[in-house]
Design a protein around this ligand. Structure first.
Ligand code: AMP
Ligand code: GLY
Length: 423
């Protein structure tokens, strides 16, 4: 089978790597891919949001399955377009992608279908939002409705901060149309975890738990990023907790989608806060997480292409996922300055040495191949991932590998997995 993976990050490198191990695959392409993906797949220079370009490539090459990594093309309707042309594609239709594309839609959806989430109010008028905030106890969380590359969420410790967030989103309009509406919600306390699940519209099959590290600096300090590291499994999600999440969150989500008449195929990702009242949903994503996918896929023993095929045929109930019992940890190496401004075009050294260590996988994100060398080309540059008998062992191995890789301005968090180690 010929497979096309859409995207260019560490998640996509992990997807391409995993799919390349399938017995059923004959050729893999990635659009647009990156410097690491080029070594194991054909990279084609089509942007991830160029739906027409991707469609004509998939038709010309007779691609059997297209697997979509990032959210933007899903929200824009890549699945609707491909399916109209009779092509197999892994991901939800645009209406389903609204679970990530609109916080207003997803909060209303959760309320309607009894899925535990923080209490909230929706505003399209900044003055009304400010009045509401003044009458509420802090802390509060203010969220832009639409896609904002993970930057549209403000956790505010006092009313003045929350009012400023309203100003940034609605008056200054820094997220454009994504900030026409906002959600103001209660701030939840607890530990976060990511639960990703496969879904074919009827059956939902959860993957093992994982946890990412959104803040840029050690000790969860500094601004939010796309994710500075992740590990799997997450000890905060015990067996009982997973059962509760399946019943109260995942099953209700699929039933809700069916009731709304939304055919949902692909991955549903619930960002969860484990509170003392039980697990609650912070947000949905409609795709694999980045960087959670890196530790998850090195642990997944099941053939991913088999799962993709089963979902396409509505036969996910026949799939039982198998996992490596070991733990996996991914440390993101980033360009100095990220998530703000940073320079790129620096040569990366030590990749081969690090990649040769047993149980180490060096997934590329913002890299480019140039004349036989690998150069930095983005904020998140690499997702160095390792397996170990437990999180502690995986942490040791992964940081050993990270220490061998050098580029100008490189930085990374030194405490990935520490919360799990503390348990
Ligand atoms: P989101 O994009 O909605 O996941 O929000 C990004 C991050 O903001 C989450 O991973 C949490 O750390 C934080 N966050 C979002 N909503 C809440 C909430 N209601 N209470 C506490 N923290 C939140
Ligand atoms: N790791 C969070 C995300 O993929 O959105």
């Amino acid at each position: 089978m010929k497979v096309l993976v859409v995207g260019s990050g560490g998640r996509e490198h992990a997807l391409v790597w995993k799919i390349s191990k399938s017995n059923a695959v004959s050729r893999i392409y990635c659009a647009p891919g990156n410097g690491g993906i080029g070594a194991i797949a054909g990279c084609v220079d089509i942007a991830a949001d160029d739906i027409e370009g991707l469609l004509s490539f998939a038709k010309k090459e007779r691609i059997d399955f297209t697997v979509v990594g990032p959210e933007a093309p899903l929200v824009s309707g890549i699945v609707d377009v491909f399916e109209n042309e009779g092509l197999n594609v892994f991901g939800p239709v645009s209406q389903g992608a609204m679970l990530e594309g609109s916080k207003v839609f997803s909060k209303n959806f959760m309320k309607k279908h009894g899925i535990p989430t923080a209490g909230f109010e929706i505003f399209s008028n900044p003055d009304e939002a400010r009045d509401y905030i003044r009458g509420k106890k802090s802390p509060l969380v203010v969220k832009a409705d639409g896609l904002a590359a993970g930057k549209g969420v403000f956790v505010c410790s006092c009313a003045a901060e929350a009012e400023e967030a309203v100003d940034i989103i609605m008056n200054k309009g820094v997220f454009g149309a994504a900030g026409r509406k906002i959600v103001v919600e209660e701030c939840l306390e607890g530990e976060e975890a990511s639960i990703l699940a496969f879904c074919d519209g009827n059956t939902i099959v959860p993957m093992d738990s994982s946890q990412d590290h959104k803040r840029v600096f050690d000790g969860d300090k500094g601004p939010n990023t796309g994710g500075m590291g992740a590990y799997s499994p997450a000890p905060v999600v015990t067996g009982d907790m997973m059962k509760t999440i399946e019943e109260k969150i995942l099953q209700r989500t699929v039933r809700g989608l069916r009731k709304e008449g939304i055919r949902y195929k692909g991955v549903i990702y619930a960002g969860i806060m484990v509170t003392d009242k039980g697990p609650m949903v912070l947000e949905y994503n409609v795709r694999f997480g980045d960087p959670e996918t890196q530790p998850l896929l090195v642990r997944m023993k099941t053939d991913l292409l088999e799962v993709v095929k089963a979902i396409s045929e509505g036969e996910l109930d026949k799939i039982k996922l198998e996992w490596d019992e070991r733990a996996a940890v991914c440390v993101v190496m980033a360009s100095g300055g990220y998530p703000g401004r940073y320079n790129k075009g620096f040569e990366i050294k030590g990749l081969e040495r690090a990649g040769n260590i047993k149980d180490v996988f060096v997934f590329h994100a913002g890299t480019k191949e140039k004349g036989g060398s690998i150069m930095t080309s983005g904020g998140r540059v690499l997702g160095v991932t390792a397996l170990g008998d437990n999180i502690g062992k995986a942490v040791e191995t992964v940081y050993g590998a990270v220490g061998m890789i050098k580029f100008d301005g490189a930085f990374f968090r030194k405490d990935i997995g520490h919360k799990a180690l503390a348990k």
